[in-house]
Design a protein around this ligand. Sequence first.
Ligand code: SF4
Length: 306
Amino acid sequence: MQTSLPVAERPRRPEWMKVRAPSASSKYFDVKKLIHGASLHTICEEARCPNIAECWGRGTATFQILGDTCTRACRYCYVHSGKPDGPPDPLEPLRLANTAAQMGLTHVVVTSVDRDDLADRGAAHYAATIRALKRKVPGASVEVLTPDFLDVEEDALRVVLAERPDVFNHNIETVRRLHPNMRGAKASYDKALWLLARAKELADYAVMTKSGIIVGLGETNDEVVETMRDLRAHGVDVITIGQYLQPSTKHAKIDRWVHPDEFRWFREQGEALGFGSVFAGPLVRSSYRADEQRHAAATGRGALAY
Ligand code: SF4
């Protein structure tokens, strides 16, 4: 069980980190009812995302497939970790696609827990989910935010990309120096870069690739730019950069609050490096306004403030 930080120990949030509560007049409660009614998980809830009132209020959400238990335990992540309860639910892709259709989504983001216990690491379930979405919501674009498919990377990529997701997203999460400590021995900075580059090589269509960095974990701004440079060198089109929030006392401590001016500087650096879109801001998360991120990259609007 996760332990929330006692109020007295919570690092004081600066003004720019304040978030709104759900409003009764928004779509928040409709989205909640649909998602819970279909027994689906979302990263919005599982990771206690600070943007949930805003995103669900806009009628969007990010689906989390393959259950609610992750086989990794990254030091910054609130998603429950442990031994997953059996194989993937074969009806989950259909329920998810029906829910996306009911929500009227035009861009559907699907992520998952890591499933190192499965021989294919969940790749076939991703593929089934994309297939179901293309059938049930034919007009919508599909973005997958995948794990690293430990030891079956190439095969898993082929299975997922055969269903032609519009955006292939894999988060590098942090800078090279902090990666082993934050992500553990199974993950690797270079493998994340390789996965993103290989996705582009394997796709027989113009897949958009995307990655994200969390700041406030102990990195320097120069290291963030170095990571952006590495991502660009591996062909990544879209990048997100957002502030880390410590979800419990068991997680890594916040090292610093990154000022909005520094995020602005990251955006400028990212634009200069040639990313199609740079979403950088205190509350930016990988899937935050993902429809707009994709649109910005596709139409050359570049870095966006929010
Ligand atoms: S930013 Fe992403 S995870 Fe957070 S509430 Fe929005 S859609 Fe959900």
